[in-house]
Design a protein around this ligand. Structure first.
Ligand code: NAD
Length: 456
């Protein structure tokens, strides 16, 4: 059956191309579209014929939707440190033949995922747009954020300048803002008809929200003050059939959002990108657990001086991040660290320290016990770069999400736990081994799906 519709799709591509060029495929309103097609006389003359043909065409367009191999990244918070670094990384691949980006992508690593030979979108086929409340062009944002020196992006400054930065729409009611966001998404998708849009949440950390079960109507009629902007962006993305990656520690798992993603078969994943200190914590904790060494205390200190660091210096905003960073340990070890003490000995601190900018530094002091309960200890000092570590993970995630969307898998994608500090959904993917194996499992599932749908 599938095979049949496929060959028809191939023949149809000859017809689709001229229609596409005339702009028919991009017209959202069905009535205008039909009228336009009839007017063009492309399809048979009278209105009925036009509609009949349009239905036939739409079916074909849906099939080609499934095969879209380009990505349009939609970044909320595009002018921030991470967003602007993602723009530079993609610009580098598109405009610089000596770019080394591929070396740093997990989806390209011969040692891991590449073995499965999945048809990931080439990075040169990724385009970007986004939103920010700062009125900046992307080159201005890169300059302000000081993550990259000018010589790293000067060759493609003009390309970066063309990236569209939209404003976060205003409104009193949630529904107004969501509708405006949907309109923005629709109009940008029209300009990229051969791309699959993927939304990435890169907004600053907010105070934690606790969600209760409520109807979509209740959410839509509430005041914007009752919900974080992340949730409005996320709902708008899902309603527009755009997969969602939540890279922030903000909890967007509102029951309405989860339900919509399942109903509409739109994949979602998050929360909180696992970039530096927590990544190494996960690896080491897995090693302690495998070797049956007892962790008696783990003290983690972070200093960072970028906008994220400044934002996180407010304890109400850093609460979710600290919880995520601490929970990783106990999920892996399977016990509460320091339960014999009166105060916890699993401690995470984040301090804003302006001199360092995006170059964060982290220290870990790990106290552990061996036979006879003899104490030992280990110290780690990470001198990392927050956005340099984050950007390739976002590109990897976007490539995964495009294949998952193409395979028509919706709801929470638990198998992407590897990329997050606090992976969404109920799962047992905690240790390094579990999370890597889950990625393989996902890769093989997608590969099988791809082979079935492309078996000509
Ligand atoms: N860098 C990392 O390693 C890392 C790891 C995990 C999570 N994160 C999270 O990723 C997010 C982004 O990090 P960052 O360093 O780029 O932060 P940032 O503060 O530099 O950037 C956030 C951007 O969002 C913009 N913004 C604020 N409100 C907005 C709105 N309503 N609409 C559109 N834009 C809006 C800001 O103007 C800013 O440009 C943060 O939540 C951070 O905690 C980062």
């Amino acid at each position: 059956m599938r095979r049949k519709s496929y060959s028809r799709a191939k023949n149809l591509s000859k017809i689709k191309r001229p229609l596409d060029l005339m702009g028919v495929v991009g017209i959202q309103n069905e009535y205008i579209r039909n009228a336009y097609m009839n007017m063009l006389g492309v399809i048979g003359g009278d209105g009925l014929e036009g509609i009949k043909y349009w239905r036939w065409m739409t079916k074909k367009v849906e099939i080609s939707e499934q095969n879209k191999n380009n990505i349009l990244l939609l970044l909320a918070g595009i002018c921030g440190c991470v967003g602007s670094t993602v723009c530079a990384a993609i610009g580098d691949v598109k405009n610089n033949s000596t770019s080394t980006l591929y070396r740093y992508l997990m989806t390209e690593s011969e040692k891991t995922i590449k073995k499965i030979r999945l048809p990931f979108t080439p990075v040169s086929h990724i385009d970007i747009a986004g939103w920010d409340i700062q009125n900046l062009s992307i080159p201005e944002a890169i300059e302000n954020n000081k993550v990259l020196p000018y010589e790293k992006w000067m060759k493609f400054e003009r390309w970066l300048n063309k990236i569209e930065v939209m404003n976060f729409p205003t409104g009193n009611k949630v529904e107004t803002v969501i509708n405006k966001l949907r309109q923005q998404i629709r109009s940008i998708k029209c300009r990229y008809p051969h791309h699959r849009a993927i939304f990435v949440n890169l907004l600053p950390a907010t105070v934690p929200y606790s969600w209760k079960k409520e109807s979509i109507k209740k959410v839509f009629t509430s005041s914007v003050k009752d919900y974080p902007p992340d949730l409005m962006y996320s709902i708008a993305a899902i309603l527009e059939n755009v997969p969602l990656i939540n890279f922030t520690s903000n909890d967007i798992s509102h029951p309405v959002l989860i339900e919509l993603s399942q109903q509409k078969t739109v994949p979602i994943c998050g929360n909180d990108g696992k970039t530096g200190q927590t990544y190494f914590k996960m690896v080491l904790a897995s090693a302690f657990a495998a070797r049956c060494l007892y962790v008696d205390g783990w003290y983690s200190l972070n200093i960072l001086g970028n906008m994220d660091g400044k934002n996180l210096s407010d304890p109400t905003r850093s609460a979710s991040k600290i919880k995520n960073k601490s929970k990783v340990l106990e999920d892996i070890l399977g016990y509460k660290v320091g339960q014999k003490y009166e105060t916890p000995s699993n401690i995470v601190r984040i301090d804003y320290y302006p001199p360092r900018g995006d170059c964060k530094e982290a220290w870990d002091v790990i106290d552990f016990l061996g036979i006879f309960d003899m104490p030992m200890s280990l110290r780690i000092n990470l001198q990392g770069r927050d956005s340099i570590l984050a950007a390739p993970l976002i590109i990897d995630l976007a490539r995964w999400m495009a294949l998952i969307h193409q395979a028509k898998i919706g709801g929470i994608i638990k198998e992407l736990a590897f990329y997050f500090k606090s992976p969404m959904g109920n799962h047992n993917y905690h240790t390094f081994q579990d999370q890597i194996l889950a990625l393989y499992k996902l890769g093989r599932k997608l590969k099988r799906n791809y082979e079935v749908t492309h078996d000509e």
